[in-house]
Write a protein that binds this ligand. Structure first.
Ligand code: GDP
Ligand code: MG
Length: 366
């Protein structure tokens, strides 16, 4: 049992007592770990006096403390839950049973369970949690009903497989997302959620932490958020601009500029998406082994060559334009758009290749 705990002297004793009773009913070796980083009240001393092990994590944040303590816990099943009396620790059996039945991660769900009056702010109940849950389900193919629930169980295998990095509350999302990406089995249990027993505000700040979760989810889905729209824009750009560049269509002047803009926009999105994925890989935040093969087989030179090639095509299309301009002949708009598209696209590809190769250097560095 692991409690993330920041200044919970008021509620921690009841949580530990409840967990002790809950664990005693389970016929397992009881272990209670309190994840502390910088509590300024007596939380740590209280935990120790009640027989819990306190893990002190120097880095601040819920995520840093919780994940450190989870890794230091020794049980085959690790259950976590807030130290504010909101979750019940006298009903742990279903969590353990699900893990023993093969689940790697068992999520409590408040939304399918019971929520006491006043236990969950309306903003979280009807907006924050449902929206974040739908997004995670959509992007990462999970089927959970409460992505923010703080009561969960993890199997030993899950703890070893997951390499979590988020420092703040968004660790809750990271855990679900990475578990899903790693193909771990995620189950749910409806739970009873109580009003917390604190006399002060929660640490969680709705808008700040909600946005951190949202940002985390969006940044973690570059395929859906960046690359797919980018490819769509590229295809539309080619469909709209292609014929116009070749001199077809009644509105080819307008179509060619519109097409060129879409092509550049699409290229931009795809490139940023690929850079994001590469950065995650290089940093070890989320590894995609195929990127190592890409790095091995495709070098900076290939990208530079492609970029310079496209730039040259732009020049070739553009030269007659300059000649026409000097002879005061009217310029063909589709030709201008095509020349600009190739010139800018070419430079973009050069920039992208340089950035990719810089990331590759970091990867191989010390
Ligand atoms: N160690 C540690 N625990 C934290 C931190 N922030 C929150 N917690 C604990 O995480 C749990 C959940 O926090 P809480 O404020 O209740 O958030 P909410 O239930 O999501 O509104 C509580 O047990 C807090 O004491 C932190 O920075 N460090
Ligand atoms: Mg709470």
């Amino acid at each position: 049992m692991v409690f993330p705990c920041l200044n919970e002297a008021r509620t921690l004793p009841a949580c530990i007592a409840e967990a002790k009773a809950g664990l005693a009913a389970l016929d397992v070796e009881p272990e209670i770990v309190v994840a502390d980083n910088g509590s300024t009240d007596e939380s740590a001393a209280i935990a120790q006096s009640l027989g819990a092990r306190v893990v002190h994590e120097p880095r601040p944040g819920y995520g840093s403390a919780l994940w450190r303590a989870v890794r230091e816990a020794t049980g085959d099943v690790v259950i976590m839950g807030d130290a504010d009396e909101s979750y019940r620790f006298d009903q742990l059996a279903p969590f353990v049973q699900k893990v023993e039945a093969g689940a790697d991660m068992v999520m409590g769900t408040r939304l399918k369970g019971t929520i006491d009056a006043g236990a969950m702010p309306r903003l979280h109940r009807y907006l924050g949690t449902p929206v974040l849950t739908v997004l995670v389900n959509l992007f990462f193919r999970t089927r959970i009903s409460d992505v923010n629930c703080g009561q969960r169980a993890l199997s030993r295998q899950a703890i070893e497989r997951l390499d979590l990095r988020a420092a703040g509350m968004e660790l809750a999302s990271e855990m679900v997302i990475k578990a899903s990406l790693a193909g771990l089995q995620i189950d749910e249990i409806p739970i009873h959620f109580r009003r917390d027993g604190r006399d002060r505000k929660p640490h969680l700040r709705s808008w700040r932490d909600g946005w951190r979760h949202l940002r985390f989810i969006l940044l973690f889905a570059p395929n859906i958020v960046l690359i797919a729209p980018g490819i769509a824009a590229l295809l539309m750009g080619a469909a709209v601009g292609g014929p116009a560049f070749l001199g077809h269509g009644r509105y080819r002047g307008a179509a060619s500029f519109f097409g060129a803009a879409l092509l550049l926009l699409g290229a931009q999105l795809v490139q940023v998406g690929v850079l994001v994925k590469t950065w995650y890989h290089v940093e070890g935040f989320y590894r995609r082994p195929y990127l190592d093969r890409v790095f091995r087989h495709v070098g900076l030179e290939a990208g530079l060559l492609l970029g310079v090639g496209m730039f040259s095509v732009g020049i070739i299309i553009g030269v007659p334009l300059v000649q026409a301009w000097r002879a005061s002949v009217e310029l063909e708009p589709a030709r201008i758009a095509a020349a600009l598209a190739f010139l800018v696209f070419g430079i973009q590809v050069v920039g992208f290749s340089v950035l990719m190769s810089v990331l590759g250097i970091r990867r191989r560095g010390p």
